[in-house]
Ligand binder design. Structure first.
Ligand SMILES: Nc1nc2c(ncn2[C@@H]2O[C@H](COP(=O)(O)OP(=O)(O)OP(=O)(O)O)[C@@H](O)[C@H]2O)c(=O)[nH]1
Ligand SMILES: [K+]
Ligand SMILES: [Mg+2]
Length: 517
């Protein structure tokens, strides 16, 4: 039998067995034909929801959104039944309270008939003046209509998901876009929202489905020798290739996740090295206390920064030294813990403390680094750090150039910076180095295939790799168990895009959305 033939038989026998499909491919609500397949009914879809979709607070224009079966009624009730509205076109209307007929505002109304709307349902928008009294008046007017209720956080997007307008990775991309604070984050979120990441997972799912179909056909027909062993060998190759591809995607050193959540950069070093001075210089405000008293900083002080379009969470920490002061000891412990979690550590040295003898300098700095950075014997790679020789203004020029030449033999150019936080000498070069480092720690959202951006993706991908190993393990022993491995792998991939799953996953994802989105 040919491969195409066994693919058809497998399909016919329904061996692909869709598990719990949450997304309703055709519309949704009571009329949804696959609703009976859903693990749990989609709650509240028969309600019409409304919310302020623009930000809170006084603003020029505010947008109130309505979605659900009564959206057209709500639009008529508030903006008058006089003339029909052209879909997706703004119309200037008086907006009045449906009970008292009191004029609430004069603004734009838009009508988006389903399924050609964001949620896939009939939807409407009121673009009104952004004063609190106007907004509250319109929200109260909508609330007074039967069948309408305020939307919950993320409910519009949740409806779009149930209508099959977005898969879960696209939903997450949309959430990230709303929260994006830097250029690179915006690019990554936009790419994910447009479905680039979901497409990879869907493509892998398709390949697995095909393998599974071949396999099941082999199980059913090989005894009568209708199918040759060649079919199984092809499945072997396809599964191995897929496993390697998923593995490559997962081994990205968390660059996509880091870009999404921010690079953890920690400033550490001995007391009085000038750590807080550097912190203030980078965040351009006196956020941390600077003083000549050693042991000034105790708690970890944090600030988010945008470095060349990449998000950074910068922390200043207590100076590392032996001390009898229990509060300072706690500060030192916190500092060391931060360094352990850091993606990049800025190790600050007071350069006036360097040994006078140039040959002694590299040894001194290596000891210094060993004191600051966590000791991980199993790791042979140099931990991510940048060495900053601060207070260069206090060194004679001659000593600086000697130090530079000595260091160039031991440390790479990209790992040392000579700086003065007081005069800002060396700041431009240091910022360039820092930006380069941060950039390499993050994924480049415009280059190569899209990166996974959430632990949820990583966990499911790792589980799917394990499931595929089950295929290889049982392939010569028990074909049914081997096939179960493929089915499990498929279900893990389906969980990422939301084709398989439970409402609990959705609750977690939509919890971070704002009301009105
Ligand atoms: N001359 C000179 N003084 C500096 C420079 N950077 C910092 N200082 C001074 O060094 C002293 C200590 O600076 P801090 O920024 O408080 O040092 P720190 O490392 O945060 O100190 P602790 O929090 O106590 O560990 C202050 O008096 C600063 O003004 C520099 O580049 N040149
Ligand atoms: K200090
Ligand atoms: Mg300090």
């Amino acid at each position: 039998m040919t491969l195409a033939g066994c693919w058809r038989i497998a399909l016919f026998k329904n061996v692909l067995r869709p598990r719990v499909y949450l997304r309703c491919p055709v519309g949704f609500g009571q009329s949804c034909p696959v609703r009976s397949l859903c693990s749990s009914p989609v709650p509240g879809l028969e309600d019409t929801i409304f919310a302020l979709s623009s930000g809170r607070g006084r603003c020029g224009v505010a947008v109130v959104r309505v979605s659900g079966p009564d959206a057209a009624g709500a639009l008529r009730a508030l903006s008058g039944p006089k003339r029909a509205l052209t879909p997706r076109t703004a119309h200037l209307r008086n907006i009045t309270h449906p009970k008292s007929n009191e004029l609430l505002d004069r603004g734009l109304v838009l009508w988006f008939p389903g399924p050609h709307s964001f949620t896939g349902e009939d939807s409407a928008e009121f673009h009104i003046h952004g004063g609190p009294a106007v907004i509250n008046g319109v929200l109260q007017a909508l609330g007074s209509l039967p069948g309408l209720r305020p939307a919950e956080a993320g409910e519009f997007t949740r409806r779009a998901f149930h209508a099959g307008k977005l898969d879960l990775t696209e939903v997450e991309g949309l959430g990230d876009l709303i929260h994006a604070e830097t250029e690179a984050q915006r690019r990554q979120a936009l790419r994910q929202m447009s479905g680039d990441l979901g497409r990879i997972y869907n493509d892998w799912s398709q390949q697995l489905k095909r393998c599974l179909a071949h396999m099941e056909a082999f199980i059913d027909f090989s005894e009568g020798e209708l199918i040759e062993d060649r079919v199984l060998n092809q499945v072997d190759r396809a599964v191995s290739k897929l496993q390697a591809e998923i593995q490559r995607h997962v081994c990205d050193e968390r660059r996509g996740e880091r870009l999404r959540s921010g690079v953890q950069v920690v400033i550490a070093g001995s007391t009085n090295a000038g750590k807080s001075s550097l912190f203030n210089l980078l965040c351009q405000r006196p956020a941390a206390i600077v003083s000549p008293v050693p042991g000034t900083t105790r708690d970890v002080v944090e600030t988010p920064l945008d470095i060349g379009g990449f998000p950074v969470l910068l922390s200043d920490t207590a100076g590392l030294r032996e001390t009898d002061d229990s509060v300072e000891q706690e500060g030192v412990q916190r500092a060391l813990k931060r360094v352990e979690m850091a993606d990049l550590t800025l190790v600050v040295v007071d350069s006036t403390q360097l040994p006078q003898e140039p040959q002694m300098v590299p040894g001194f700095l290596n000891d210094y680094l060993n004191n600051v950075l966590p000791k991980k014997p199993e790791q042979d790679h140099v931990p991510q750090c940048l060495l900053i020789l601060n207070k260069s203004d206090l060194l004679p020029n001659k000593r600086i150039s000697i130090t530079q030449s000595v260091l160039s033999d031991t440390f790479s150019e990209a790992s040392v910076s000579i700086l003065s936080c007081s005069t800002r000498e060396g700041l431009t070069d240091f910022l360039k180095l820092l930006q380069e480092r941060v950039k390499t720690l993050c994924a480049d959202p415009l280059v190569g295939s899209p990166s996974l951006t959430q632990t949820r993706h990583r966990t499911n991908l790792q589980k799917s790799i394990e499931a595929l190993s089950q295929y290889h393990k049982y392939r010569d022993v028990d074909l049914a168990l081997a096939a179960e491995g493929l089915r499990l792998g498929l279900s893990c991939l389906g969980r990422i895009t939301g084709k398989v799953g439970t409402e609990e996953i959705l609750d977690v994802i939509f919890r971070d959305f704002c009301i009105g989105k």
